[in-house]
Design a binder for this molecule. Structure first.
Ligand code: AMP
Length: 226
């Protein structure tokens, strides 16, 4: 069977706890994707305490989504012409209102997403995973105590910082984020599945990290990890 054509720019979907961010990081390391992560850009703004950070801090803590208008501003400030880079969007588009926003930026910046990939995981599996998630407060790298542990316990492989649990990974907030994902993502996935079926792919995310990563590489037409 021939492998699918290798995409250049990718949008990754997956409910909170699907392992999407770890997959995105590995794709970036192995295949040179430039990661465009709206959640990380917002958390950075909170860490810096700048006006955007102050505006979104409470929303991030609550697990709700920030407004489409604010996301558009973040894109305007942070997304530039990719040139030779391969872009990987992690966390955007997140609402049906952000779908035309992506199309607008594709046009104005001169690139074209050629794969929309959903890492499919059930609600129950995602909740279990989220309680074990740890992140680096310095570089934002994502780990999991069981599925994707750092080489040294509780320590970032990249910069040696002590890992933390995200505030929005508390049980009550996890449930809010799952509910919001279910409500907002279904129309987006349905949109791409219907309008761009040739670019839409699904990977079963309910396996160990290495298997899901290998399946993602296959779905993207990339060489499988050795
Ligand atoms: P993430 O790291 O992608 O899970 O995002 C963390 C939080 O940032 C989310 O719970 C939202 O509050 C906010 N966020 C990130 N991306 C978006 C987006 N595209 N639209 C709205 N809110 C977002």
């Amino acid at each position: 069977m021939s492998s699918p054509q290798r995409p250049k720019h990718v949008v990754l979907f997956g409910r909170p706890g699907s392992g999407k961010s770890s997959i995105a990081e590995r794709l970036s390391q192995d295949h040179g994707f430039f990661l465009f992560r709206t959640g990380e850009l917002l958390r950075e703004a909170v860490r810096r305490g700048d006006p955007l950070g102050l505006q979104v801090e409470a929303t991030l803590k609550s697990g709700r989504l920030v407004s489409d208008a604010l996301i558009e501003k973040v894109l305007e400030q942070s997304l530039s012409t990719p040139g030779d880079r391969r872009l990987l969007f992690d966390g955007f588009p997140r609402t049906i209102g952000q779908v035309p926003m992506l199309a607008k930026f594709e046009k104005s910046l001169g690139f074209r997403v050629d794969c929309y990939l959903d890492i499919a995981v059930s609600h129950a599996a995602a909740v279990t995973r989220m309680t074990g998630r740890r992140v680096c407060p310095v570089c934002g790298a994502t780990y999991h105590l069981v599925n994707h542990p750092p080489k040294v316990a509780e320590t970032c492989d990249v910069d040696g910082a002590k890992l933390e649990q995200r505030r929005d990974d508390s049980p009550a907030v996890i449930e809010v984020r799952q509910r919001i994902y279910a409500e907002t993502s279904s129309p987006i996935l349905a949109y791409y599945r219907t309008h761009l079926p040739q670019l839409f792919r699904v990977v079963d995310g309910e396996r160990g990290f290495d298997e899901v990563y290998a399946a993602t590489c296959v779905a993207l037409g990339l060489p499988e990890p050795s």
